[in-house]
Design a protein around this ligand. Structure first.
Ligand SMILES: CCCCC/C=C\C/C=C\C/C=C\C/C=C\CCCC(=O)SCCNC(=O)CCNC(=O)[C@H](O)C(C)(C)COP(=O)(O)OP(=O)(O)OC[C@H]1O[C@@H](n2cnc3c(N)ncnc32)[C@H](O)[C@@H]1OP(=O)(O)O
Length: 194
């Protein structure tokens, strides 16, 4: 059984999402938004190393292979890790809107257990935008892009400015980003109207 709370139902005056003209082309790898991100960064040994690719519209596909470090029960992925994979795929939609947004609400259905070694094939899509609120859905299929759906999520992201991170992040990590031209370029690429 699954359902969606009222907070995840777009209001009647919500807009159809618009892919930003400078968004990566369909098929292009999106890359990590932050090297130390648990979801997409290359600098986290036990991270998900999720690789997302732009699709048509305001949508993407992504893959993540469940590692032994991601177990909850013996030989099975932890549910929180699967939720993190969905969250990361949904968060990567920022690249297509060229907006910085953070997860406000994430509702997840766990439909099938996911064994270690499985590659989860994710799809995420923005469904509506209302002011700063971005509504999106994601699914994760096991084994193949057309495999059975193991997990799915409905989410609300809320647009923020870079200041959100500068204000709330631990100063050492924020300074490290500011000192790294490559990292700074990634942040700026997300932010159309700083
Ligand atoms: C130069 C150095 C820069 C360093 C930065 C480096 C890299 C950064 C680059 C990119 C990173 C971007 C994103 C990360 C990407 C991927 C990771 C996966 C995604 C995540 O993992 S991200 C982490 C988890 N995430 C959070 O850490 C959020 C914590 N949270 C907050 O920071 C606030 O809570 C916030 C901002 C969400 C809202 O706060 P706020 O004060 O700005 O706005 P407000 O409360 O007014 O909400 C506005 C409207 O959203 C509705 N609304 C809000 N929350 C709702 C909820 N939960 N349910 C239903 N509706 C909700 C309200 O009802 C209102 O609706 P209405 O306008 O209709 O009244």
């Amino acid at each position: 059984m699954s359902g969606t709370s009222a907070a995840l139902t777009p209001p009647a005056d919500a807009q159809t999402p618009v892919r930003h003209p400078d968004a990566p082309a369909p098929g292009e790898l999106l890359g990590a938004h932050y090297e130390q991100c648990f979801g997409c960064g290359g600098g986290q040994p036990h991270g998900l190393h999720l690789e997302a690719r732009a699709a048509d519209g305001v949508a993407l596909t992504a893959e993540f292979t469940v590692q032994p470090a991601h177990q909850g029960a013996p030989g099975l992925a932890h549910g929180g890790v699967l939720a993190a994979a969905l969250d990361e795929a949904l968060g990567s939609l920022n690249w297509l809107l060229r907006t910085i947004a953070v997860t406000g609400r994430l509702e997840t259905d766990f439909l099938l257990p996911v064994p270690v070694g499985t590659t989860l094939h994710l799809e995420a899509e923005v469904t509506a935008v209302a002011g700063r609120k971005i509504y999106a859905v994601a699914t994760g299929r096991v084994g193949a892009p057309d495999g059975p759906v193991a997990v799915r999520a409905d989410a609300l992201f809320v647009e923020v400015k870079v200041d959100h991170f500068v204000e709330h992040g631990r100063p050492a990590e924020i300074q490290a980003v500011m000192d790294d031209p490559d990292q700074l370029r990634r942040v700026r690429a997300l932010e159309v109207n700083p």
